[in-house]
Write a protein that binds this ligand. Structure first.
Ligand SMILES: Nc1nc2c(ncn2[C@@H]2O[C@H](COP(=O)(O)OP(=O)(O)OP(=O)(O)O)[C@@H](O)[C@H]2O)c(=O)[nH]1
Length: 396
């Protein structure tokens, strides 16, 4: 049973992809280059074809045949130049291969028509046909099928014309035929190899791009997973604040920097008053909501250099670098006021929301974050004991 061709498989005889859609994609990818190169090659070919009128003159002089030849050459040159322009403007050969075939047929007809007008210079013309055949295959960019048909037309037309008008012997006819068969075979296989190699290169490039795309997607996916993991490792799921571990890491760095710069550093321990009662009265979801609202208020009151974290349960912690006792007291009072003024959920109107804040300020280089947390926690306890809704500062 014949196996199905793979998308990258190239046909052994046409040099094109076996899969039509892939071939069209390939042809479209090279359209602009082919258009430019075909246009350039046709202009050069037309000029060379026209220039041969000089050798016509040296052979024929100003005879009727010479004028006919010049007229024919002019028609071919004009047609080729016009077609070159049309191809340059509109000639994507994925859609209009016939347009690329046309100038080859015009040139071939022109070459064939020289024989009846200049039958004496057959050997020169045979050389010209061989060169033209090679140029068709290799220099004028075109599809192998299109080139092969035009070249065979040129060879067959030339031989018929030579037999009819140049009065050649059967032996000479055979020699010319063999020469043209050889030129066609060499041109055909050279172009077949070129077409196959170009398409294989295209496939490899395509595959490489595809793999790169996959790799970029994979990298993006991994980066997003990494971000998610980092968030999970550093953030508190309910409030989105830093979790205890990450807060300690960030606050320790801030404390060290303040100590290095000889600047004060304050730490707040914040605890929601009678939070258990909120849970018991309105349920855990309302308790959660209150915690997120308080977290929001605290975050909004921070400066960019401050750091906040959820320490556990209904307890928050804030680190304020470059903040001395007076400023810390002021910020804490302001925070306490903002929490008390928080608009509450429907049905919670009788709740008097308040927080107690314990403050510790680092005074010398030896103070550690651990000791500051301990002192602020002690002040929190004092504030709770003294009736809650208080700001208490650790005094040395
Ligand atoms: N809704 C909710 N409740 C929590 C969460 N974490 C801890 N809690 C509750 O918070 C309550 C803390 O109660 P307590 O330690 O007695 O403190 P309190 O009621 O605020 O009393 P004081 O701090 O002395 O004013 C407990 O009932 C915990 O179950 C949470 O993430 N969500």
């Amino acid at each position: 049973m014949a196996s199905r061709p793979t998308p990258d498989q190239v046909h052994w005889l046409t040099g094109q992809f076996c899969e039509d859609s892939k071939e069209v994609t390939y042809q479209r990818s090279i359209t602009s280059r082919v258009q430019f190169e075909a246009c350039l090659s046709l202009i050069v070919a037309a000029c060379i074809f026209g220039m041969f009128s000089i050798s016509d003159y040296s052979l024929l002089g100003l005879t009727k045949e010479y004028y006919l030849l010049v007229a024919m050459r002019c028609v071919v040159v004009v047609l080729c130049l016009s077609l070159a322009l049309i191809i340059y403007r509109w000639g994507g050969y994925a859609d209009s291969a016939w347009l690329h075939a046309l100038p080859l047929w015009v040139l071939a007809t022109g070459i064939i028509l020289i024989v009846p007008l200049r039958p004496d210079s057959l050997s020169t013309q045979t050389t010209a046909v061989v060169v033209a055949t090679m140029a068709f295959y290799l220099l004028i960019p075109n599809l192998l099928k299109v080139v092969t048909l035009a070249s065979l037309y040129l060879s067959a037309g030339f031989i018929v014309s030579a037999v009819l008008f140049a009065d050649i012997t059967p032996m000479t006819t055979l020699r010319i035929a063999l020469l043209l068969i050889m030129a066609n075979a060499v041109g055909f296989f050279a172009l077949l190899r070129l077409e196959s190699l170009q398409r294989k290169q295209f496939s490899l490039l395509h595959e490489e791009r595809h793999q790169n795309c996959k790799l970029l997607k994979e990298i993006a996916h991994r980066k997003s997973l990494e971000t998610q993991l980092r968030t999970l490792a550093e953030r508190d799921a309910l409030t989105g604040l830093n979790n205890r571990g990450h807060f300690i890491k960030l606050a320790t760095a801030l404390l060290h920097r303040s100590q290095h710069e000889n600047m004060p550093f304050s730490l707040f321990m914040i605890d929601v008053d009678h939070f258990k009662k909120i849970n018991d009265t309105w349920g855990h979801s309302h308790g959660d909501w209150v915690l997120t609202k308080i977290a929001e208020v605290c975050s909004q009151s921070l400066r960019p250099m401050d750091v906040i974290g959820r320490f556990g349960g209904e307890e928050f912690v804030m680190a304020l670098p470059n903040t001395g006792p007076e400023d810390a007291q002021m910020v804490a009072e302001q925070l306490k006021k903002q929490v008390a003024e928080l608009p509450l959920k429907e049905g919670m109107s009788e709740l008097c929301l308040s927080i107690t804040i314990g403050i510790a300020v680092a005074h010398n280089e030896k103070t550690t974050l651990e000791s500051l947390i301990k002192q602020a926690d002690q002040m929190l306890y004092v504030g709770k004991r003294d009736g809650r809704n208080k700001v208490v500062m650790f005094q040395i």
